[in-house]
Write a protein of this length. Structure first.
Length: 118
């Protein structure tokens, strides 16, 4: 996952990283973009994505970059003031509910979360 990485012209999240479609951006740097989920499941629900197009965590080949993705998720949680706790969710594949096939982390908080999630 790098700023010089690949992009898929048909991917919704790649379009967001290229600024082809608008998003409510919370944070952005050379490698990642974080933006509010339009179908929020919690008072704070932010998606963190790499700018490089990688379909899911199974296809990510770099453990260091996956670590950076989770570090960015924690930074977003701090910026959202989710001091009471937050949930990080990564859906991988259709059966898991991944609807956009670009690796992304959901950072959710601001309310008590239930378990199991479903």
């Amino acid at each position: 996952m790098s700023p010089s990485g690949t992009s898929d012209p048909n991917c919704l999240f790649c379009k967001i990283t290229r600024k082809d479609i608008p998003a409510n951006i919370v944070s952005e740097d050379d490698e990642f973009v974080a933006f509010r989920d339009i179908n929020a499941q919690a008072p704070s629900h932010v998606l963190v994505i790499p700018k490089e197009h990688i379909r899911n965590i199974s296809e990510a080949g770099d453990a260091e970059q996956l670590g950076k993705l989770f570090q960015k998720a924690c930074q977003v949680a701090r910026s959202e003031k989710l001091d009471g706790g937050f949930r990080v969710v990564v859906n991988t594949g259709d059966d898991a509910g991944q609807t956009v096939h670009h690796v992304h982390v959901h950072v959710m908080g601001g309310r008590r979360m239930n378990w199991p999630p479903g």
